[in-house]
Design a protein around this ligand. Sequence first.
Ligand SMILES: O=C(O)c1ccccc1NCC(=O)[C@H](O)[C@H](O)COP(=O)(O)O
Length: 221
Amino acid sequence: MFKRKICGITTVEDATAMIAAGADALGLNFYRQSKRYLNAGIAADVREAISADAAVVGLFVNADVVDVVATAKRLALDWIQLHGDESPDYLARLRHLGAPPVLKAFRCGPDWRKEMIEFLSRCSARDCSPAAVLVDGFQQDAYGGTGHPADWKSLADWSQWLTIEHLVLAGGLTPGNVAAAIAAVQPSAVDTASGVEIEPGKKDSSLATRFCANATAAMGM
Ligand SMILES: O=C(O)c1ccccc1NCC(=O)[C@H](O)[C@H](O)COP(=O)(O)O
C-alpha cells in the first residue's frame, strides 16, 4: 500500500518532481471537467516518467466502465480511483473486466458514514469490495480537489467500524496540517492535490517535499 499520494499530475516535469519530493503514488486525473485533467495526448509520456517504485493511480468520475478498463490497460495503471457516484454494480463490472484494484472515494457530506457503510456492505455481498477507501472533504457541486478538509473527528476510530483494511485520508491536506491529520486519524495513507500547488494542476516541489517529509515523520517511518 502506498503512503503519500499526490493527485492531479498534468506534466512530465511535475511527475518527476513529485517522485523526487517523496511521493510514492501519483494520481492522473481523467475527469474532463477538472482543472487537473490530464490531456490524453501526453498521458502516456507522464505515465512513463513515473518510476516503477511509485504507484500510478487513474482518477475517474462517473466514466464509462469499458473506457476506464481500456485506459487502465493502455497506461498500465496500478489503481483505479473512483471519485464520483459509481455504484456497487459499477465496481462489480470493473472486477469482471479485470480492472486493477479500486480506491473508492467518499466525501464527508450529510450522512456520509452511513452511506459508506451501506455501500461497502453491498460490495461485500457481491464480492466486489474496493481494495481501499479514500475519504475526502465535501463541497456542494464539486467531486474533489477542493481543499476542504474531511471530518477527522468521525474518522478517529475508523478501524473499529470500517470493514476495509486501508483508508486514505484526503481533503485540504497541506505540509502544515498533514502531521496533525495523521495523528488524529491514523490513516493508511494521505493524499493531496491543492495543498502542494502553485495553481490548480501546477505542483510546487518545495511544498511537496515538506508534505512528504512531514507525513513520513508523522507515520513513524
Ligand atoms: O482534483 C480534482 O480536480 C478532482 C476533481 C474531481 C474529482 C476528484 C478530484 N481530485 C481528487 C483527489 O484525489 C484529491 O487529491 C482530493 O480530492 C483532495 O484534494 P485537495 O483537497 O485539493 O487536496
